[in-house]
Design a protein around this ligand. Structure first.
Ligand SMILES: O=C(O)c1cc2cc(O)c(O)cc2[nH]1
Length: 578
């Protein structure tokens, strides 16, 4: 933890008490807690019962303070063995999911049963299949606007004791924020990096080993708010361990290379934003975005005022003047995880590496996407196309993800939009198992999400366009996204953010440049118009001229006529006179 101390829990989580790890000890230490001894050990009659009660009291006390990737009170040996995770928001026995106040009830978890694509050829080899059934099969189902693992929270975009007040935050371009706003955001990120998550602990072993070496010590660990954000991304992309001496299977990714790319990352950000709002005690806090579609080879947010300038000592390091130079990454030992079947834990190791535009071996990733690329991908009509994978063509999803050219054509050598922005960073932010360790990840993904939201708003698709089956594992419409808890499906994030999720984007979308054929058409039309106008002008001029010539002759004629008429009148007069 860089020698820095985790902060206290925010008031609304702790009720003024200190964080779970301080009050209750580390989760991995629950093995020595009476609740665990009472359940797993041979403890008799009265003693066991009173120990159980003490344990229950402790768990209940802790329950009001924390939850987990699975709620903390659920990751006891009994909780894991029961398969049920339905805590009470008030910490009251018999009040599962706040049922006594009508907030919710404990129900069986529905996991997606539809076929997935051929990319993952196994069954029963990975804890993430049919998420989260390997760990739990019962969860809270909340009524009305209540939400959360125990129905103690409100749905996104709602607040108040009855969750009936609308609330919405606006995600803005970080470059357009004031100096004070920029500083506040950097400080908030840094606070999240060191604040122990009030709700979540991470699982540090595969299910097979989750009860620990003694069979009675659940392998879960505290983690900071920001490191949970990193860990959940790592967990979703990690390979399938197939056993000792076997190569882990890499053809699996629960958050990339499929339609769930946009929905998974959307929820990932919402969760971080909420955690930071709670940490700050500020429900108006919004994650900003980085408009990475600016072309060129300059990282405009890589300044010490924002995400950290380049160090003048080392091209791939962050300037010591930035707080992010002090950050240390987690989930770095990917070879170990894949070789030994271990899982990333909360141990921090090396500094962030970043060398924007510096990949000399790959010139294609030395330049950021162009503004036109965003406009092109927004024009694609199909959300995704078979095989709903990184090889899909004419797919909005595969294009914004960046495996297709911005106009939609799949090309194995192309990296565009989101992928290009990652690879441009050329370091921690360009490696899937590590990338969220670089906080640029947050801003890169809010912009990606803004493009997704704009596409939803322009095309108004409805969930039917999201594939129900045959997408890669994890990506079907009703698959519960890994590793989120309580279960949330891809479909739940396939909705307009403003109306459904309590946030919106303030974006000036670039105006479209004309295509060559449009320029030619416009030129031809303009030329025709010009000829027509010129023709008209010339015709008028000629007519006017001929009128003028006619008028020039008129006085003579007039005079003549007048002469005649005057003669006539004179004549008449004379006649009358006569
Ligand atoms: O090679 C790619 O296209 C690539 C790298 C990378 C890193 C990352 O964190 C992502 O989320 C995607 C991604 N794609």
């Amino acid at each position: 933890m860089n020698g820095r101390q985790p902060s206290e829990c925010p008031e609304n989580f702790s009720g003024g008490a200190r964080c779970m790890d301080e009050m209750c000890g580390p989760v991995a230490g629950l093995g020595s807690d009476p609740v665990v001894a009472g359940s797993g050990g041979v403890v008799g009659g009265e003693a066991a019962c009173s120990m159980w009660r003490v344990g229950l009291l402790l768990v209940t006390l802790c329950a009001t303070l924390t939850l987990a990737q699975f709620p903390r009170q659920c990751v006891t040996p009994e909780g894991l063995l029961s398969g049920q995770c339905c805590p009470s928001p008030a910490g009251v026995a018999g009040d599962e999911c706040g049922s006594s106040t009508g907030r919710g009830q404990c129900v069986v978890i529905a996991a997606d049963n539809r076929r997935h694509g051929p990319q993952y050829p196994y069954a029963g080899r990975d804890d993430r299949e049919k998420w989260p059934l390997r760990f739990f099969n019962r969860t809270c189902q909340c009524n009305g606007n209540f939400s959360g693992y125990n129905c103690g929270q409100c749905r996104h975009g709602l607040t108040g004791p009855n969750c009936d007040q609308r609330i919405s935050v606006v995600r803005r371009n970080i470059m357009q924020m004031s100096a004070a706003e920029k500083q506040a955001f950097v400080n908030a990120l840094d606070q999240a990096k060191t604040t122990v998550h009030p709700d979540l602990v991470i699982c540090t072993r595969r299910y097979q080993e989750v009860f620990g070496p003694d069979g009675n010590t659940p392998q879960f660990e505290n983690v900071t708010i920001y490191n949970y954000f990193v860990w959940s991304h790592y967990y979703s992309v990690s390979k399938t361990y197939l056993g000792s001496g076997q190569t882990s299977f890499g053809g699996v990714d629960f958050s990339h290379e499929g339609p769930g790319f946009v929905t998974w990352h959307r929820f990932h950000l919402i969760q971080l934003e909420r955690d930071m709002q709670n940490m700050l005690g500020d429900s108006t806090f919004a994650l900003p975005y980085w408009n990475f579609a600016i072309g060129g080879s300059e990282c405009d947010i890589c300044t010490d005022e924002l995400l950290g300038a380049r160090s003048s000592f080392d091209m791939s390091s962050i300037s010591p003047n930035s707080v992010f130079s002090q950050w240390r990454v987690i989930c770095e030992s990917v070879e170990d995880y894949d070789t030994f079947g271990t899982i990333c834990n909360s141990t921090e190791t090396s500094p962030i590496r970043r060398n924007p535009a510096g990949n000399v071996a790959r010139p294609m990733v030395q330049k950021l996407p162009e503004p036109q690329d965003v406009l092109d991908c927004l024009e694609l009509n199909a959300f995704d196309t078979p095989p709903y994978y990184s090889t899909s063509s004419e797919s909005f999803r595969n294009t914004i993800e960046g495996y297709s050219a911005p106009q939609g054509m799949y090309d194995p050598v192309v990296r565009s939009l989101h992928n290009l922005a990652h690879l441009f960073l050329n370091g921690t932010g360009g490696q899937t198992h590590l990338s969220p360790n670089d906080p640029i990840f947050v801003l890169l993904h809010t912009f990606t999400d803004a493009i997704f939201d704009e596409w939803l708003s322009r095309h108004q698709p409805g969930e039917v366009v999201y594939p129900e089956e045959n997408a890669p594992i994890g990506h079907n419409r009703n698959f519960n996204m890994v590793p989120f808890w309580p279960p949330v499906t891809n479909a739940e994030m396939f909705v307009a953010a403003t109306e459904n999720l309590g946030y919106s984007y303030e974006v000036q979308w670039p105006t479209r440049a004309y295509t060559v054929s449009e320029i030619i058409t416009i030129g031809v039309v303009a030329a025709v118009l010009l000829v027509a106008v010129l023709g008209g002008v010339i015709a008028c001029a000629v007519r006017a001229r001929s009128y003028r010539s006619a008028e020039a002759l008129e006085p003579l004629l007039g005079e003549t006529f007048r002469c005649y008429s005057e003669d006539d009148r004179r004549l008449d007069k004379s006649q009358s006179v006569v």
